[in-house]
Design a protein around this ligand. Structure first.
Ligand SMILES: [Zn+2]
Length: 230
């Protein structure tokens, strides 16, 4: 099993609501890339790779990508409607990523739903659609995986104050580099990172990739606080 598969598996041992939230936020993260692929670029090419002006004009959109977009659209609408009917929630913004971001904050409503079939289908759909969106948006399979730990670093506010970074720690999964252990990087500032040798040492000791990153993030936070107060 490659390193990245191990990380993914470690994350997948979490609670269903954590996993569903992780899947939904991953879809939101990939949404701009997915919708950017709807427009077919470059025109149709024949087998020689040269665009032929004599051929029938190609469809201006990629139908396979449109299918994925509309499946996620319908899923988000279905979930939003269920939330509106079953709770007093009112959506703020109705675009698919806006709905999904709000649904991600309310996954418990579905994972703990009294209709067990609905609860199971919700988790399955979240996982399946995330994989489908990933495959469609990023055919190379490169993606960043949220590791479930907050960044420990600090940034500077507009007023020059030292403020806690609000970023999430991620690892970049690249199938072409599947056996290279990636840095853990903050999604707000790529200078905030943990190199592999540091967090892997903790991983080897605990056997828990995600737990190891959290541990290292906590050590870093303590070190940062110590140097700030020194
Ligand atoms: Zn950060």
């Amino acid at each position: 099993m490659s390193t990245l598969d191990q990380i993914d598996t470690a994350i997948r041992r979490g609670h269903p609501s954590v996993l569903a939230r992780y899947d939904i936020l991953a879809i939101v993260d990939m949404w701009p890339e997915l919708t950017a692929r709807v427009a077919a670029g470059g025109g149709a090419k024949d087998s020689s790779g040269i665009a032929s002006p004599t051929k029938v004009a190609p469809l201006p959109v990629r139908v396979d990508v449109v299918d994925v977009v509309s499946e996620v659209d319908q899923w988000a609408t279905f979930l939003a409607r269920a939330l509106m009917e079953e709770t007093d929630w009112e959506p703020q913004g109705t675009s698919t990523p806006a709905l999904l971001r709000q649904i991600a904050q309310r996954v418990g409503h579905f994972t703990e739903h009294e209709d067990e079939m609905l609860a199971l289908a919700f988790c399955d759909d979240a996982e399946r659609l995330r994989a489908l969106v990933l495959k469609t948006a990023r055919p190379s399979g490169r993606r960043s995986i949220r590791i479930g730990a907050k960044c420990w670093e600090h940034g500077t506010s507009d007023l020059g104050e030292r403020v806690a970074c609000r970023g999430n720690l991620t690892v970049l999964a690249d199938p072409e580099r599947a056996n290279v252990v990636p840095d853990v990087v903050c999604d707000q500032d790529s200078a905030h990172r943990i190199d592999p040798t540091t967090w892997q040492r903790a991983w080897r000791r605990t056997g828990d990739a995600v737990g190891a990153v959290r541990l290292v993030a906590r050590w870093h936070a303590e070190l940062v606080d110590m140097s700030a107060s020194a």
